[in-house]
Ligand binder design. Structure first.
Ligand code: IPM
Ligand code: MN
Length: 383
């Protein structure tokens, strides 16, 4: 493909604000690099749409999205004026913000959340080695703790019993673990090209499996078995195992020791908020959801951050995470399209330069967008 149709879903809260800047930057980039990218913006899913139309999105919205190559999403969720907790529910048929429905519908079983702090990004660790952090957290994105199985018996009574079951399939486990090993290999190759090889037990890359196998036996056993099976196909990649609680600790005490980390849906969710902080905070942490086995399942690119209703509407949210998320989208397109590959490189260069020059200042959403656009104009084209 050399023509890209992107569905732009700004969503709720700060989503539309950071997306507006990202759309401007993307369109300027496309012009400069000769990238054929058409962005189509939709007002759904969002609470604003719900207020107007009585539903969060049109009934056929998933069919509409299926006609696009990729989905670029701002943020979803809005507690509303009454702080109704239901308005945070992002899954299930009665959901008001169908983030998980999109992931499920398009079988986006891999969630990739890179963690590599850019110079100038806020740093919360005192150790100088924090500058060397370079890991990729891969989150299983289709099953596990997020399947919505279970229920409430005798709700509200003293006898109430709740079950919330995790479902882990061997197929789902194998594909996410294999994807982690593939990514580890690619990262080692990239580092070799950039002359910044790393070493893990005699290998140039590593995959760390995260479980809670000391307490959650069946799931832990199967994850461990599958990990051993798959790793046999990757003798060039070192392996490591951490329990999730210890992994949290080590993400803080020595995150520079990790390379690729693979975890279940919920563990991955929690670890990636921690990883986002290592990147410099939610304002700079990109993310994507994709189906690595089928490039025709539209992937969804969304920052790790949420809709941040507390700072919405004030033009103060940093658009950097959204911009870096757009760069991940361009990387994905760049696997087929050299113009997209150039655009990804250029976008990262200007966003990094902007961050390095201004760090964690509070210039505001539009001001950062303007600054990035200005740098884009000044950068020599055609790298
Ligand atoms: C994320 C978010 C979502 C998740 C929520 C909003 C359902 O926290 O993308 O990390 O848990 O997947
Ligand atoms: Mn999360």
């Amino acid at each position: 493909r050399q023509q890209w149709r992107v569905a732009v879903l700004p969503g709720d809260g700060i989503g539309p604000e950071v997306m507006a800047q990202t759309e401007r930057v993307l369109s300027a980039l496309a012009d400069r690099e000769g990238l054929d990218l058409t962005a189509t913006r939709f007002g759904w899913p969002s609470h604003a749409w719900h207020q107007q139309h009585g539903e969060i999105a049109p009934a056929d919205y998933l069919q509409t999205l299926a006609g696009f190559d990729a989905i670029l999403l701002g943020a979803l969720g809005d507690p509303g004026p009454t702080s109704n907790p239901d308005r945070y529910l992002l899954s299930d048929a009665d959901s008001l913000a169908p983030l998980l429905d999109i992931r499920k519908h398009f079988d986006q079983w891999a969630c990739e959340r890179p963690c590599r702090p850019l110079p100038g990004a806020p740093c919360y660790l005192a150790d100088a080695r924090a500058a060397d952090i370079d890991m990729l957290v891969i989150r299983e994105n289709s099953e596990g703790e997020y399947v919505g199985q279970g229920g409430r018996l005798a709700p509200g009574t003293e006898r109430e019993i709740v079950t919330q079951t995790g479902v882990f399939t061997r197929r789902g486990t194998a594909r996410i673990i294999r994807h982690a090993f593939e990514q580890a290999r690619l990262r080692a190759e990239q580092r070799r090209r950039d002359s910044r090889a790393r070493h893990f037990d005699g290998c140039e890359s590593q995959v760390c499996l995260v479980t809670k196998r000391n307490a959650l036996k069946f799931w832990g056993e199967m994850y461990t078995e599958v990990f051993a099976e798959v790793s046999a196909d990757y003798p060039d990649v070192a392996t490591h195992h951490e329990l999730v609680d210890a992994a949290c600790m080590k993400f803080v005490t020595r995150p520079w020791d990790f390379d690729v980390v693979v975890a279940s849906n919920l563990h991955g969710d929690i670890l990636t908020d921690l990883a986002a902080v290592l990147n410099g905070g939610m304002g700079v942490a990109p993310s994507c959801n994709l189906n690595p086995a089928d490039r025709h399942c539209p992937p969804m690119f969304e920052p790790t951050h949420g809709s941040a209703p507390d700072i919405a509407g004030q033009d103060i949210a940093g658009p950097t995470a959204m911009l870096l998320t757009a760069a991940m989208m361009l990387d994905w397109m760049g696997e087929e399209d050299p113009a997209a590959r150039r655009a990804a490189g250029r976008l990262r260069t200007v966003v990094s330069a902007d961050l390095a020059a201004h760090g964690g200042d509070d210039r505001g959403t539009t001001a950062v967008g303007e600054a990035v656009l200005a740098r884009l104009r000044d950068e020599p084209a055609g790298a």
